[in-house]
Design a protein around this ligand. Structure first.
Ligand SMILES: Cc1cc2nc3c(=O)[nH]c(=O)nc-3n(C[C@H](O)[C@H](O)[C@H](O)COP(=O)(O)O)c2cc1C
Length: 212
């Protein structure tokens, strides 16, 4: 696997000496380059860490489905383990790692629900089978066998036969509203570039270069 390819990826490189003012725009640039310049099957995959009600950290991979000035969005079952964690502690940390580009981004912040309209639009964009399975699966709850899961899927299929499948109220998007964004660009012999943006109370970003 090609590593440290600064020439090939110069177009999407960030200037760590003269950092851009808006880290979300810089993140978008790296996110886009991960789609355009790699063959990763899920360049939008991110690990999202949360804190369980008892203070225990947990992390899982989800897909980033939206980026804008407000933050980054993923969709899930809000009654899942992560959903319960976010109800107790509405903060999360997302981490992207694009190995072929030797890049990592860490995004931290409070978490809010996406609007009903955003959740509805994403739900409507999913294939019917995904919507059926999302309803049948009580995400993160125990289930005895695969046969039981498949029976739950059949039950949902029968219940909605010939009908539209509405989004269940517990299924929707979460938005991480960033107050800290860190960029990491790998270099030879571990002399990597790092910089962290912090959002002040007034909404302005300040940036600090960090040792690797
Ligand atoms: C590549 C990949 C993408 C995934 N995307 C999602 C996603 O967008 N939403 C989701 O709820 N789970 C997704 N999952 C499953 C989660 O990793 C996790 O198993 C599930 O959400 C339950 O997590 P929890 O028990 O911590 O709530 C994905 C898993 C992988 C490996």
């Amino acid at each position: 696997m090609m590593k440290h390819p600064p020439i090939e990826h110069a177009a999407s490189a960030l200037d760590f000496e003269h950092p851009a003012a808006d880290p979300i725009a810089s993140f978008q640039r790296w996110f886009d380059s991960a789609h355009e310049q790699t063959k990763l099957p899920n360049p939008n995959a991110m690990s999202v860490a949360t804190i369980d009600p008892d203070g225990r950290p947990s992390v899982r991979v989800v897909l980033c489905r939206g980026i804008d000035a407000r933050g980054i969005v993923f969709h899930t079952n809000r009654e899942s383990r992560k959903g319960e964690a976010l109800r107790a502690h509405p903060r999360a940390c997302a981490n992207f790692h694009w190995d072929p580009l030797d890049r990592q981004v860490r995004i931290e912040g409070r978490v809010e629900h996406t609007t009903e309209a955003e959740s509805d639009a994403y739900w409507a964009s999913r294939p019917r089978e995904n919507r059926v399975n999302a309803i049948a699966s009580q995400q993160s709850r125990p289930i005895g066998t695969r046969a039981a899961l498949e029976a739950a899927v059949r039950e949902v299929e029968e219940r909605f036969a010939g009908k539209d499948i509405p989004r269940p109220p517990h299924w929707g998007g979460f938005r991480i509203v960033p107050d800290r964004i860190e960029f990491w660009q790998g270099h030879k012999h571990r002399l990597h570039d790092r910089m962290a943006y912090l959002r002040t109370g007034e909404g302005e970003w300040t940036v600090t270069r960090l040792c690797p």
